[in-house]
Write a protein that binds this ligand. Structure first.
Ligand SMILES: [Zn+2]
Ligand SMILES: [Zn+2]
Length: 299
């Protein structure tokens, strides 16, 4: 695998794929961490994964930092993928549909996600119908097409291909949620796997084969030991511990492991330096390259 990766890099000496972390948080409303949202930019075209709360403002902040591909008001975030329907990953949906439209997007967006996405989209558009009607028919005369959403409900397999990327969806294990997905993005110069929310599953490990970057959620084993049995059970069935992630990384050997969505279900509001604790736990058991992601980090 490593050999093949090196060969691929030689064919593409100058990497054109960028990963932009737009939200690395969890349901907890941490002002430093927006809800889960990750963008992959290939040859100037952005692809968004998840739209947690804050996504549009973080995309604008990234634009100001020089990621011009998003557009000044996130108007270019038009190809979107959703891992699962939990609120922390979707609470930015009306913002993503409406705000860039109000600021100048004239085309529909395409959103690929689990069953139930069609209903969610319909209800969001219904909830804002008075405003939408007003902006289309009122003085602003906004083009109705700019707030249209083409919904694509997905099943495992290749769900999207264009000249920049091939995206494969695979099922992960996230409690009782039947349709929770991870994604494998293959671009001309990088293979990137995004875990979504998941407890360990061989299916994810299988789809990580040969990846350059693995973006994975995790919780700290130390905090696990301090929460109630009920929350321990919750974590085991919904998320991945530092220990489990280290074992996964040791077997699939990603070029870079990026920690995001640092879950702390059932834990205290804040822990002193929880970030370093988590990183230490992973590094104690895994000697590959690993970083913990912050909002607006670019890899
Ligand atoms: Zn979730
Ligand atoms: Zn989540």
């Amino acid at each position: 695998m490593r050999m093949r990766r090196q060969q691929r890099r030689r064919h593409h000496p100058k990497s054109s794929t960028q990963i932009v972390m737009l939200g690395t948080g969890t349901p907890r409303p941490d002002p430093e961490r927006s809800g889960p949202a990750t963008a992959i930019v290939v040859n100037g075209t952005p692809y968004l994964i998840d739209f947690g709360p804050g996504v549009v403002r973080r995309a604008t902040a990234a634009f100001r930092k020089g990621i011009v591909a998003f557009g000044a008001a996130a108007t270019e975030l038009r190809t979107v993928f959703l891992t699962h329907l939990h609120a922390d990953h979707t609470a930015g949906y009306p913002d993503l549909i409406l705000t860039p439209w109000i600021l100048g997007r004239t085309e529909a967006i395409d959103v690929y996600g689990p069953k139930g996405l069609r209903d969610m989209t319909k209800h969001v558009l219904d909830a804002w119908k008075i405003d939408i009607r007003n902006r289309v028919n009122g003085l602003d005369r906004l083009p109705r097409g700019g707030c249209r959403v083409n919904v694509h409900e997905i099943e495992p397999g290749v769900i999207y291909t264009d000249r920049n990327v091939r995206v494969r969806a695979f099922r992960v294990r996230h409690g009782a949620l039947k349709n929770a997905f991870g994604f494998r993005f293959e671009t001309p110069d990088k293979t990137i796997v995004v875990s979504g929310d998941t407890s360990p599953t061989p299916n994810l490990a299988r789809h990580c084969a040969g990846c350059d970057v693995l973006i994975h959620e995790a919780y700290s084993q130390k905090t696990y030991d301090s929460v109630s049995r009920r929350w321990q059970h919750y974590r085991r069935t919904h998320h991945t511990s530092s220990k489990e992630l280290a074992a996964l990384a040791a077997s699939v050997k990603p070029g870079l492991l990026v920690l995001y969505h640092r879950a702390n279900a059932g834990g205290a509001m804040t822990l002193p330096d929880s970030e370093t604790a988590l990183l230490d736990e992973v590094q104690r058991l895994y000697d590959g390259r690993v970083v913990t992601a912050h909002d607006l980090d670019v890899f």
